[in-house]
Design a protein around this ligand. Sequence first.
Ligand code: APR
Length: 229
Amino acid sequence: MKNLVVLTGAGISAESGVKTFRDSGGLWENHNVMDVASYDGWLRNPSMVLEFYNQRRLQLADVSPNRAHLALAELEEIFNVIIITQNVDDLHERAGSKNILHIHGELTKVRSTQDENYIVDIGYTAMNLGDTAPDGSQLRPHIVWFGEAVPAIEEASKICQNADVFLIIGTSLNVYPAAGLIHYVPFFTPVYYLDPNPTQSGFSRKVTIITKNASEGMEEILKKLKSDV
Ligand code: APR
């Protein structure tokens, strides 16, 4: 089977009711992004940051995958689908996709502040100041914040090098290194970019842009990819 590599961003979860980052005047759920999604923000006010992610987990428990997540799971019948997601939600998993690389971390997991390899799944529950790892350090959200390295980016770039079809869904392509992954995709691999408000930055290669919402656009892509196989 051919490799279908998919890079997803906040836009794929928008129709499930999860807010995107850059569509609401620079605020993420009424917070300055740098207060709740940067390492400096965490150092300044850890209890506020923990509470923010506690709320995001509660919200996640209440939403469901939409038609676009489900279509990607369905494509596993005809492709080896590998999803590289910038999203910290678990909607790809709940839609049934099997190969998912979360390059910006996962909301349902927390980790030791001393040992980045000590990661625990807490589901949709809360975490508070004083909750510690076995090494005695405070637990923190397993989220890659601004100002932090993106450990999974090397694996992601290797996946992109083996893409037979590359699909980008619902991302402003504003945040690096994720936005640079397209440069690893072989030059003759077809690239589709599905977003109702796609970036205007331009591409140095041929990209088929579909200016639609994720669920509607995925119906179109699903039909096309099925008929091409
Ligand atoms: N369907 C598809 N795309 C949509 C929809 C929809 N229904 N609604 C909005 N979008 C698009 C917007 O047009 C925009 O291009 O989703 C994109 C969301 O962009 P951002 O909010 O910048 O989200 P994303 O690109 O995922 O952000 C990248 O930034 O703050 C960090 O770590 C965070 O992973 C995040 C990263």
